[in-house]
Design a protein around this ligand. Structure first.
Ligand code: C2E
Ligand code: MG
Ligand code: MG
Ligand code: MG
Length: 294
């Protein structure tokens, strides 16, 4: 019986091992397929920028965040949470990031001619590898010049991961971009490992409270304490604080009570196509125009 049990364990162990390897192999295959397809997606026009509104305390739309969408011809929609890390590790984030920034500048140039959108800011997510690329600053400068866009309309969302190593280089580069007129927002704030001491040295204009602290804000006193702290920190460093992932009216009003002045989340609007948001903003402008009495 003892021998039998041993045999079973071994067999089982072998099966488990086999299963594990198979899962790893499947995962590796999926990754290399996605990587291959992502390369093509850039050429085949399968990528699209969606927009999600950012609103002020009066619920007026003050800006938009650009969020990348990939419609794979066979696998359907693939989340940026899946393909951005892949693009980072493969280096594809460089052409991909260039594409996003070029689209963003095109959008901003278009908005300049539309009264309903001329004052909107546009926030774009920037990956660490993209930010650290030697051509990043020059490339962006060229894009801005060629499109004639006011750099102050463009906000770069970076994350704390950029602040862990090469901090001096990061600060130098941020200052260069700041001098060009661009703004910086620190995304997913509170989830990384960056030292708070660096915050005062960074030319930031905004802290973005991570959605994980907003989710349970009304139930978890720890989350409320963290949100309070971020808002206080923003105030003392003279940074705007925006909350992301606001899904309910209750979360929005609690955030307002805590002193938050900018918001983003499904409650105010889900990410949707540029077409969708252009139509919505034109309607809104027309209504306001009529309400103003002519
Ligand atoms: P992020 O920059 O923190 O963007 C916020 C994410 O939360 C987006 O997910 C958005 O769709 C989602 N979201 C917005 N409001 C709500 C809400 O009320 N509730 C919930 N549960 N979620 C909400 P998405 O679009 O899947 O993007 C995921 C991440 O992928 C982004 O996180 C960003 O880090 C990255 N990403 C997206 N587009 C780009 C891009 O163009 N370049 C780079 N480098 N990264 C990007
Ligand atoms: Mg973001
Ligand atoms: Mg975020
Ligand atoms: Mg993020």
């Amino acid at each position: 019986a003892a021998d039998l049990a041993m045999f079973a364990a071994k067999a089982d162990g072998r099966n488990t091992l086999h299963f594990f390897n198979q899962a790893m192999q499947d995962d590796a295959n999926r990754r290399s397929r996605l990587e291959h397809d992502l390369r093509l997606a850039l050429e085949r026009d399968e990528l699209e920028l969606h927009l999600q509104p950012q609103v002020d305390a009066g619920e007026r739309i003050t800006g938009m965040e650009a969020l990348l969408r990939w419609q794979h011809p066979e696998l359907g929609r693939i989340s940026p949470a899946d393909f951005i890390p892949l693009a980072e590790s493969s280096g594809l984030i460089i052409p991909l990031g260039d594409w996003v920034l070029a689209q963003a500048c095109r959008l901003l140039a278009e908005w300049r001619r539309e009264p309903a959108m001329a004052r909107l800011g546009l926030a774009v997510n920037i990956s660490p590898r993209q930010f650290r690329h030697p051509d990043f600053v020059a490339g962006l400068q060229r894009l801005l010049q060629d499109s004639g866009v006011d750099p102050a309309r463009l906000e770069l969302e970076i994350t704390e991961s950029l602040l862990i190593d090469d901090i001096e280089q990061t600060i130098g580069r941020m200052e260069q971009l700041r001098r060009l007129g661009l703004r910086f927002s620190l995304d997913d704030f509170g989830t990384g490992y960056a030292s708070l001491g660096y915050l005062k040295r960074l030319p930031l204009s905004q802290l973005k409270i991570d959605q994980s602290f907003v989710r349970d804000l009304l139930r978890d006193p720890n989350d409320e304490a963290i949100v309070r702290t971020i808002i206080a920190l923003g105030r003392s460093l003279d940074l705007q604080v925006i909350a992301e992932g606001v899904e309910t009216a209750e979360q929005a009003s609690r955030l307002q009570e805590l002193g938050c002045t900018a918001f983003q989340g499904y409650w105010f609007g889900k990410p949707d196509s540029t077409r969708h948001w252009h139509a919505r903003l034109s309607d809104q402008a027309e209504t306001e125009h009529r309400a103003a009495g002519d």
